[in-house]
Ligand binder design. Structure first.
Ligand code: LR7
Ligand code: MN
Length: 593
């Protein structure tokens, strides 16, 4: 995997004109930064003097979102880094509320519309593969709770757009009693006016959580195969046939696509490495490298891979087999644990779980989980406890060793699940570990839905594009650390430029990071975009540390959608802040030797 260089174009959007400057958009495979706690602040909007200089930014986009954006024909990888540009307070509101309610950039999601082209991330060899025409039909089940409308609709339309109609029996949307007022009506209207009858909607009278939600969805389905998707996915070219084929060959096969990464900050779609599912003794899912023994088949890198576990959200399974195998544990609440439970059950009770490299589906890896459980319970612990007691035999002690406080915690009635295990004459957990997951060893618990990561990521050093002083042209001063450049969390200010001071030297690299004095990265909190930028440890995953230094000398922050400005050019304090890009003098920067 190298970098993908985008070409210089003028792109016409129905409602936005963007100039794309010549820029490389490197693909990234990095973990989501750890979940931060969130506090919402009303944005402080600094005022700026407006000088002559370059023309103002493009006109405000019309506020009405067209149902069908003209994004077709463009590759998602070609998305302008300025897709999230804030033009006015309304944009600001959509962006900030979007991060608050959904933990990703809803402004960009809305601007993309409900259809877009995606880069075809499959291995070239996949394109030569032929699949049988006669395949079982699919019922796609999508549960959602408070989903961003544009993300939900892009999920639905990507399925309609990229699935042969004869294979798509239906799409079943399960609204898990969402609380967002507009969502209900908006969806009703949209479904009536724009969606075919094969898209159905089931509404839960009360919040059930994604586990019972899927069981409810499945109970309404009539297709031969169930395909589960999260409500913020986009399926890629030829995604379904490679999933249905192994199920047709063996009904006890459960299959997962490769889960590509849709960036929460930029909505850029990029390929995931081929990894497989594992877990640790804290009962958290994790990605593992594929052992060489799995790669020995004649098909090589595109052959299905046996996976000890699944991530949970995206998989296909024969509908009757789903029912025979005991659906899900309906005693599990809201979120968590069901993915390991069904994975253990599949392997231990005579099935197999495969990852299919030629099937690709993108998923928005959000900054954090944007919802809780109704009573604030730790449903992950409750659900994990149930699965440990039903499936893990003596190995549940490994879990209790890490979570001693759960040893005596009640977990409800599991007799129905024990009966499932008995009825299916399932094997022991020891057999599963020995045979399916021999790599398993004791390791530290891992915490959240992680993006797949390339193993050699740490070895990669981003190439330097430019280095020098970062001079504000209006005040003719340079951007420096207010204190020491090595101080994490320190703010930056403008001071007199000193060509001999190494602490004033910035490096701009191909990851679009700005690194001061070879130490820390210029970082902008996505959540509190009213805070000034700070110097933080470089995390290499774009977003809060992704800047574009492009045309018209502006310094644009990708996840905030604004430009760096000197707050009060007449003041000697030299404070800087993010502000709506208006081309004014105080926003003009040059990185020069
Ligand atoms: O109460 C709820 N009701 C719901 O309907 C809570 C959630 N949901 C919906 C929600 O809107 C979404 O569509 O259920 C779906 C999954 O919830 P997410 O997106 O909050 O979950 P996640 O992506 O953070 O977590 C992963 O692990 C979960 C464990 O319970 C589920 O199995 C998710 O489906 C799963 N997602 C994936 O596997 C995508 C790839 C992530 C990785 C790695
Ligand atoms: Mn998800």
């Amino acid at each position: 995997y190298g970098c993908l260089f985008t070409s210089v174009t003028w792109t016409l959007l129905l409602f936005l004109y963007f100039t794309l400057s010549q820029e490389s958009q490197p693909f990234k495979y990095v973990p989501v930064p750890g979940g931060q706690s969130f506090s919402y602040q009303r944005r402080f909007q600094p005022r700026f003097t407006r000088g002559p200089g370059p023309p103002p930014p493009p006109e405000d986009p019309p506020r009405e979102q067209p149902h069908r954006a003209p994004a077709q024909g463009r590759k998602a990888a070609d998305l302008s880094p300025e897709m999230g540009m804030i033009f006015n307070e309304q944009d600001q509101e959509i962006r900030d509320m979007g991060y608050h309610k959904h933990a990703f950039n809803v402004l960009i999601s809305n601007r993309l519309g409900y259809h877009r082209d995606l880069p075809d991330t499959r291995n070239e060899k996949c394109k030569e593969k032929v699949y049988p025409l006669a395949l079982p039909s699919a019922s796609v089940v999508i549960c959602f709770f408070n989903e961003a409308f544009s993300a939900l609709l892009r999920t639905v339309h990507s399925v309609l757009d990229r699935t042969p109609a004869y294979l798509l029996h239906e799409i079943i949307l399960v609204d898990d009693n969402s609380e967002l007022a507009d969502l209900k009506e908006e969806l009703d209207t949209y479904m009536r006016q724009n969606l075919p009858a094969k898209v159905k909607l089931v509404r839960n009278e009360k919040r059930e959580g994604l586990i019972r939600g899927r069981v409810i969805g499945a109970s309404h389905a009539t297709g031969e195969v169930l395909v589960f998707l999260d409500s913020h996915c986009e399926v890629n070219e030829m995604w379904l046939q490679p999933l249905l084929t192994p199920i047709k060959e063996d009904r006890r096969t459960v299959v997962c696509p490769v889960i590509d990464i849709i960036s929460a900050d930029t909505l850029v779609y990029s390929p995931s490495p081929i990894v497989r599912g594992g877990f640790n003794w804290g009962l958290h899912f994790k990605w593992d490298p594929v052992p060489l023994s799995e790669l020995r088949s004649p098909e090589g890198s595109i052959a299905p891979i046996r996976s000890p576990t699944m991530a949970g959200g995206l998989f296909a399974m024969e509908r009757k087999y789903f029912n025979d195998l005991g659906q899900y544990d309906s005693g599990m609440d809201i979120w968590g644990g069901e993915n390991l439970e069904i994975s253990f059950r599949i392997w231990m009770c005579g099935g197999q779980l495969l990852i299919i490299p030629c099937s690709r589906v993108g998923h928005i890896f959000r900054k954090r989980r944007p919802y809780g459980s109704p009573g604030g319970q730790d449903t992950m612990a409750h659900n994990s406890l149930r699965l440990a007691h039903v499936w893990m035999d003596e190995y549940k002690e490994q879990y209790f060793a890490l979570r001693p406080e759960l040893r005596t915690r009640s977990y409800g009635d599991i007799s129905e699940r024990l009966a499932v295990r008995k009825r299916l004459q399932c094997r022991s957990f020891k057999w599963y570990l020995d045979t399916i997951y021999p790599e398993m060893q004791v390791s530290a618990p891992h915490n959240k839905a992680q993006q797949p990561v390339f193993v050699n990521k740490a070895l990669r050093r981003p190439k330097v594009l430019q280095r020098g002083r970062l001079r504000n042209l209006h005040v003719d001063k340079c951007l420096v650390a207010q204190g020491r450049p090595s101080q994490k969390g320190g703010v930056v200010v403008v001071k007199s430029c000193d060509l001999n001071d190494p602490e004033q030297e910035w490096v701009y690299d191909e990851e679009h990071e700005l690194i001061l004095a070879g130490l820390l990265c210029l970082d902008m909190s996505e959540i509190r975009s009213s805070d000034p930028p700070r110097l933080m440890k470089c995390h290499g995953s774009g977003g809060s540390q992704q800047w574009t230094l492009g045309k018209s000398n502006r310094l644009y922050q990708v996840s905030v959608g604004q430009c760096l400005a000197v707050v009060d050019p007449l003041s000697h304090k030299g404070y800087v802040a993010m502000a709506i890009c208006d081309g004014s003098q105080s926003q003009q920067w040059q990185l020069q030797e």
